[in-house]
Design a protein around this ligand. Structure first.
Ligand SMILES: C[S@@+](CC[C@H](N)C(=O)[O-])C[C@H]1O[C@@H](n2cnc3c(N)ncnc32)[C@H](O)[C@@H]1O
Length: 200
């Protein structure tokens, strides 16, 4: 008989029907989502210091998903689940409305050339998807090194009346990501923004 290899990676049974996020974890507790989790240092650390919350990491590159899988397994994390998928597809088609207690998007690909900006994850449509998936009162946390992208992020979230801008608390800001460590080492400044979904 084949033995199953331990992994934190979840393979959705269907890409047509919505997931049941609670079914991904052994404990029923608040769920936070990171889009574009990369090599996953942020999530590995943050999930370890918050065992009272569950975390989903979404990343489209398999090698990066595997790195975070290894980190999570090594640390014995039971509150972390990884999904290899396009972030916008997951938001639009797989996550149920009002199912997430926070969304983290750190250093999404900046697509700096003007003709490539249409590929950016965070645009007006993204704010609408986030407003649908977040629970009211919950927050989307954003970071980027790219000033033009930062302006775009703050503009589109600022224009969406469902959100209000808030500060990023120090406890969260001090947990840095892999890319952020690289930027800091090179003396490149980074920007943070956060938006709370208002109660209607
Ligand atoms: C610049 S890296 C930042 C990684 C990590 N957040 C960090 O700060 O270290 C952006 C990551 O997002 C992933 N990514 C970009 N677009 C994505 C998408 N549409 N869906 C899922 N992952 C995406 C990339 O593969 C990459 O790992």
């Amino acid at each position: 008989m084949l033995e199953s290899i331990p992994t934190l990676v979840h393979h959705p049974i269907s890409i047509l029907e919505r997931l049941n996020p609670d079914a991904l974890f052994s404990k029923h507790q608040q769920i936070e989502l990171e889009l574009g989790s990369g090599d996953g240092s942020f999530l590995a650390k943050y999930a370890a210091i918050h065992p009272e919350r569950n975390f989903i990491g979404v990343e489209r590159l398999l090698g990066r998903v595997r790195k975070l899988d290894k980190k999570g397994l090594k640390s014995g994390l039971t509150n972390l689940c990884l999904i290899r998928l396009e972030a916008a597809y997951l938001l639009e088609f797989l996550l149920p409305p009002q199912s997430m207690d926070a969304i983290h998007v750190y250093f999404p690909d900046p697509w700096p050339k003007r003709k490539h900006r249409k590929n950016r994850l965070i645009d007006t449509r993204f704010t609408e998807l986030v407003a649908k998936v977040l629970k009211p009162g919950s927050v989307v946390w954003l970071r980027t090194d790219d000033l033009d992208y930062f302006q775009q992020m703050t503009q589109v979230f600022g224009e969406n009346q469902s959100f209000e801008a808030i500060e990023t608390p120090l406890e969260l800001a001090t947990i840095i990501t892999d890319f952020e460590r690289g930027f800091q080492a090179r003396g490149i400044s980074t920007n943070r923004a956060a938006y709370r979904l208002k109660h209607r």
